[in-house]
Design a binder for this molecule. Structure first.
Ligand code: PBG
Length: 328
């Protein structure tokens, strides 16, 4: 098409008011979920070196953070636990007196309005650091899928009993949504929604999280159960399976490198709420560049969240939740 002076967008863009009126996407605190790392014991307030501004808190140290999040209208938190002991089966994950099981009622007491999402995975609780039970043969391991499903069911019920509002299984275990739904229903928790980490890539952008949650695998990596970053059709299949199994919400993770996957997933399942997880590595990169004076932190944070929402996410799990909302 030939350019003619009649076809210009600048005519509208020159007015700041019109630019705002034309805005298609908007990110507000109501779209954001803040991750929290809950450490066992008392008096713990450890800064996480690879994630400046993030801390591991013991329950008694959480009050200030919960207050700050609610002060800027963050509606929800997602909890990760650092238990006092790890073993091959991750028994601390489904212990009714486990760190998250204790944290949930305390958080509810601090703020009854805050939605508490419990991440459901074994990598923080197993001594080998994998996301379920494994069978070891020499230097190799295989994930024992069915044994893990059984354990995940127990973990889900234990967290529901503790008062979790939403269960978010993050282990990419085949059949996890159906198994967890079944266990929850049988225990009478039919009303607890499942937010499934349906499409989770075997990403190197989880690096800082593994320091934060002390969940790095001792051998091998997670590529036998997490997705190959090369694949998009397979992501469609993962989402479809989770929908069939009864997932109430879907998730794509990480976010920034996978905006196409967010877009495709929303197009394929417009009726299902979609979350995206802006992961630890995405956070760390922005922080590091900003600390060096190489990027304008506030602008880059706002742009990154906007892009994730524009791609199709209805909600975003982000370590920037509080900071972004404070700056608004
Ligand atoms: C555990 C889990 C991980 C993250 C969330 N849940 C780590 C992993 O799969 O290795 C990563 C989150 C982040 O990097 O911020 N299954």
């Amino acid at each position: 098409m030939t350019y003619t002076p009649n076809l210009r967008l600048r005519r509208m863009r020159q007015h700041p008011q019109l630019r705002r009126l034309m805005r298609e996407t908007n990110v507000t605190p109501a779209d954001l979920i803040a991750p929290l790392f809950i450490h066992h014991g008392k008096g713990v307030n450890n800064p996480i070196s690879s994630m400046p501004g993030q801390h591991q808190y013991s329950i008694d140290q959480l009050g200030g953070e919960i207050k700050a999040l609610r002060g800027v209208n963050i509606p929800a938190v997602i909890l990760f636990g650092l238990p006092d002991h790890k073993d091959a089966l991750g028994t601390a994950a489904y212990d009714d007196h486990g760190v998250i099981q204790q944290a949930i009622p305390q958080i509810k007491e601090m703020d009854p309005e805050l939605l508490v999402i419990a991440d459901l995975c074994f990598c923080e609780y197993t001594d080998h650091g994998h996301c379920g039970a494994i069978n070891v043969q020499g230097d190799n391991f295989t994930l024992d899928n069915d044994k893990t499903l059984n354990l995940l069911g127990q973990q889900a019920v234990s967290l529901a009993r503790a008062g979790a509002d939403v269960i978010a299984p993050s282990g990419m275990i085949d059949g996890m949504v159906a198994a967890i739904r079944d266990s929850l229903d049988q225990a009478g928790f039919c009303d607890i929604p499942i937010m499934s980490y349906s499409i989770k890539y075997a990403s190197s952008f989880y690096g800082p999280f593994r320091e934060a949650a002390d969940g790095a695998p001792m051998m091998g990596d997670r590529s036998s159960y997490q997705m190959d970053p090369a694949n998009a059709e397979e992501a469609a299949r993962e989402a479809q399976l989770d929908v069939i199994e009864g997932a109430d919400m879907l998730m794509v993770k990480p976010a920034m490198n996978y905006l196409d996957i967010i877009y495709r997933t929303k197009q394929a399942h417009p009726e299902i709420p979609l979350a995206a997880y802006q992961v630890s590595g995405e956070y760390a990169m922005i922080k590091a560049a900003a600390q060096n004076g190489w990027l304008n932190e506030d602008k880059v944070v706002a742009e990154s969240l906007l892009a994730i929402k524009r791609a199709g996410a209805d909600m975003i799990i982000t370590y920037f939740a509080k900071q972004f909302s404070q700056k608004l």
